[in-house]
Write a protein that binds this ligand. Sequence first.
Ligand code: NAD
Length: 258
Amino acid sequence: MLNLTGKNALVTGIANNRSIAWGIAQQLHQAGANLGVTYLPDEKGRFEKKVAELVEPLQPSLFVPCNVQDDAQIQATFDTVKEKWGKLDILIHCLAFANKEDLSGNFSSTSRQGFAQALEISTYSLIQMAGAAKPLMTEGGSIVTLTYLGGVKVIPNYNLMGIAKSGLEMSVRYLASEMGQQNIRVNGISAGPIRTLASSAVGGILDMIHHVEEVAPLRRTVTQLEVGNAAAFLCSDLSSGITGQILYVDAGYEIMGM
Ligand code: NAD
């Protein structure tokens, strides 16, 4: 049975009730995990309030600000985990960012600044957080990140985020290779398109969702909770032999040639 009782799970990337991370947090909680939640702080504290209200029913025992562009905030997050929990079992990396203007039009127009920022937030943050989590995963652990088909195949308008996801997927493999001896497993979930704050920045996302609904074997796209179930599996002992993999949770769309 899928049981995460006694496991400490740090979940990043909850912005609102549409966030994939929210679906994951709910399923980890249902499986019995002790949750910690990070949020992206903003000047007026609006995100903090909104996310705090949303996650309150899941009774997280940690709630910390973490902008992954700030080394000090990442350090403080994992210092808090060490101080309050002693050990970490699960890290959910479920965040990404790219400028809206870089998510439509010609890929060759991608700006240097936009490219650097997108890869720093969406790709490098996994490497940095995994490195910070490693010494705390003293009893082994599971790290799960979120990726998209646009990192493997060309998806209209996904542009530089495709490069970020490609790097993210390769990072999963390098991290899995390094951390396996410590029984830390690192996997990615490639989710089908879901309407969220982040995906709404991608030009033509609704067309993509409709296309998936017509073509995918299950004739629909997926829900946050379905992604959450797959994440709970990857975080549990049921997946103890799986590491370095990208698991498609996309209603089967990836197998199609059209
Ligand atoms: P979302 O907007 O709900 O989540 C994105 C999160 O990234 C937000 O919580 C935001 O606060 C966080 N974030 C952005 N910049 C940050 C920073 N500097 N520091 C810390 N956090 C930061 O959207 P989502 O669709 O749930 O995205 C979650 C993950 O799922 C992303 O990696 C995304 O690429 C991936 N994904 C999404 C889809 C989709 O169709 N929605 C499909 C496949 C993969």
